[in-house]
Design a protein around this ligand. Structure first.
Ligand code: FE2
Ligand code: FE2
Length: 376
């Protein structure tokens, strides 16, 4: 998921960088600095004509703009480095930002500070610190306090999954049993996420991922008071959301490098392929069919497949998008380590209301915040 940075935001970043470099050379009051900061400010104003705010987040050395990772570029890489070296994890630019606020940011960035977090936020330019936690607290990458899911459920689902993979015939009843098993365990444990699978290292990513998305969906649904058949259907829908990937060539699914645009086009067919397959399979809840089809659509319809603007997405699809995103970021990829819980929370906050349903995301953030609370 990478995107072209909106041109005005890129203008802003480019001029901000030049202005910052020029302050170091000539001082804050030099006409060149004045000129470059005006251009940076013009970029902000134009960018804010189409949205009320925009955000930039540094994850590892990459810049995420409005929730979307960007293709590598010298300017963006440099900007990410500068932010990181100044202890800034994210910047949110809000409507109403003044020239003065921008100048203070430039002056702050230009200071060669050794101490992170010295640049203060202003009313319309919100800066977030990089949390330099050494691990041990919270849900760090070396500290995942999550026991394995019950072996029985795991094996049963693995078996169903393998069957689908090799014979393309789904045993819906078996799946329902697995999900009811999860729900039962959650009821007894009282803390659904504690049962989340710690299966990072199995070679079967889609299996592990589907199980995790199921557990996260159930946690969301239960926290909203959903129960009974609907709760089970939401779990089943999550288990099956990526079933269409079984029809995508293995070499694309497991490719370590970035997908070519042709490969990505093929990958983008998995929602429709999955929905079609489920439609033809007896006994599958209808919710699972819409979820398979809609889980990459995003709240603002910026994802895929593309549909008409009056399309109404199912709430289960929207929950699945959030769980899916969370699990993908928690997973180690060839190009990055799994993200820390606080980093994922920051990204979710930025994407809330754009890519992700705002209320469901807020609820999800509360669920993951509870993860760091001491056990009861
Ligand atoms: Fe998917
Ligand atoms: Fe997925």
């Amino acid at each position: 998921m990478s995107a072209n940075v909106p041109v005005h935001i890129l203008d802003f970043i480019r001029h901000l960088l030049s202005a910052t470099a020029n302050v170091a050379l000539y001082g804050m009051n030099h006409p060149q600095v004045e000129h470059l900061s005006s251009q940076a400010y013009a970029g902000i104003l134009t960018a804010l004509e189409t949205c009320r705010e925009f955000s930039m987040l540094v994850v590892d050395d990459e810049l995420i703009i409005n929730g979307l990772p960007q293709d590598p570029s010298l300017v963006l890489d440099r900007f990410a480095q500068i932010l990181k070296s100044r202890g800034i994890g994210h910047i949110k630019v809000l409507e109403g930002v003044s020239r003065q606020e921008l100048k203070e940011l430039i002056a702050g960035l230009a200071r060669q500070s050794e101490t992170p977090g010295v640049i203060a936020s202003s009313e319309h330019l919100r800066l977030g610190r990089v949390e330099l936690s050494a691990g041990g607290e919270g849900w760090g990458r070396h500290h995942v306090p999550i026991p394995e899911m019950p072996a029985e459920e795991r094996d049963r689902f693995m078996e169903i999954y393998e069957t689908v993979k090799h014979h393309h015939k789904l045993k819906v009843n078996g799946l329902l049993e697995v999900v009811s098993g999860f729900v039962e365990v959650f009821r007894q444990e009282g803390r659904p996420l504690l049962v989340m699978a710690a299966l990072r290292d199995t070679d079967e990513y889609t299996f592990t991922h589907s199980t995790n998305v199921c557990i996260l969906n159930l946690a969301q649904a239960m926290s909203l008071g959903i129960q009974g058949q609907l709760l089970n259907d939401i779990g089943v829908a999550a288990m099956l959301h990526d079933i269409g990937k079984l029809f995508i060539p293995e070499e694309i699914l497991t490719k370590k490098d970035k997908l070519t645009s042709e490969e990505f086009d093929l990958m983008k067919q998995h929602p429709a392929k999955g929905a079609r397959y489920l439609l033809e399979t007896p006994g599958v809840p209808r919710l699972a069919i819409s979820t398979a089809f809609e889980h990459h659509m995003k709240y603002n319809f910026s994802g895929y497949p593309q549909v008409s603007s009056d399309w109404r997405q199912n709430i289960c699809s929207q929950m699945t998008t959030i769980s899916d995103f969370f699990d993908a970021l928690r997973t180690r990829r060839s190009y990055r380590e799994p993200l820390e819980l606080h980093e994922i929370s920051e990204m979710l906050q930025i994407m809330m209301g754009n890519d992700l349903h705002p209320l469901l995301t807020r609820n999800f953030l509360q669920i993951i915040a509870r993860l760091t609370e001491p056990s009861v």
